[in-house]
Ligand binder design. Sequence first.
Ligand SMILES: Cc1cc2nc3c(=O)[nH]c(=O)nc-3n(C[C@H](O)[C@H](O)[C@H](O)COP(=O)(O)O)c2cc1C
Length: 193
Amino acid sequence: MSARRKIVVGLTGASGAPYARVLLRALAERARTRGDVEVGVCLSSTAPEVWKLECGGDVREEIGFPIWGLRDYSAPFASGSAGWHAMAVIPCSMSTCARIAHGTSDSLLTRAADVMLKERRPLIVVPRETPLSVVHLENLAALARAGAVVLPAMPSFYGKPASVDDVLATVVSRVLDHLGLDNDLAHRWGDKR
Ligand SMILES: Cc1cc2nc3c(=O)[nH]c(=O)nc-3n(C[C@H](O)[C@H](O)[C@H](O)COP(=O)(O)O)c2cc1C
């Protein structure tokens, strides 16, 4: 396997595209300065619309990493044998949670997530919906039982974030932690201010 950590980032049509933007910027900075990550991106069919509404602009022009087609199963991370290390689905809609929880593999994104589960590699799901129905909760529990890390888009405030980006970083920092990437994106409990 490669020395570089190979990470898949999946974006769906849940509200919360700015979380994905903060994550992708952090990964781009790390790729530039440390060169120890390789990133592949896949989008659900609804993700570009929500990105445009919440971040402005065209997601395909703003992401500096390869974006694979909706059902392009020639992407290396569509198979476990290619050895991609971890995946984050951020933000993750309830629809995509349901499809991953039930192993549908009906798009590159859900197939890549299925690969992470079957290979017992980290899959970090960042769900965004409120309130949550029993259907949502049961799908999230199924994901957790299958080995995914359910890391909700629930920011923390004990670090006294001063901007929206700081608020977003409280979630994205934890996503990076679970992807196995050390980071100082957000204040940590116990840090001196
Ligand atoms: C602006 C906007 C915001 C949305 N926010 C959410 C959300 O927070 N959570 C969610 O589960 N679905 C949300 N949806 C609905 C999903 O986009 C929709 O269920 C879609 O089918 C999800 O498909 P996907 O998972 O393939 O992206 C939103 C849709 C739009 C247009």
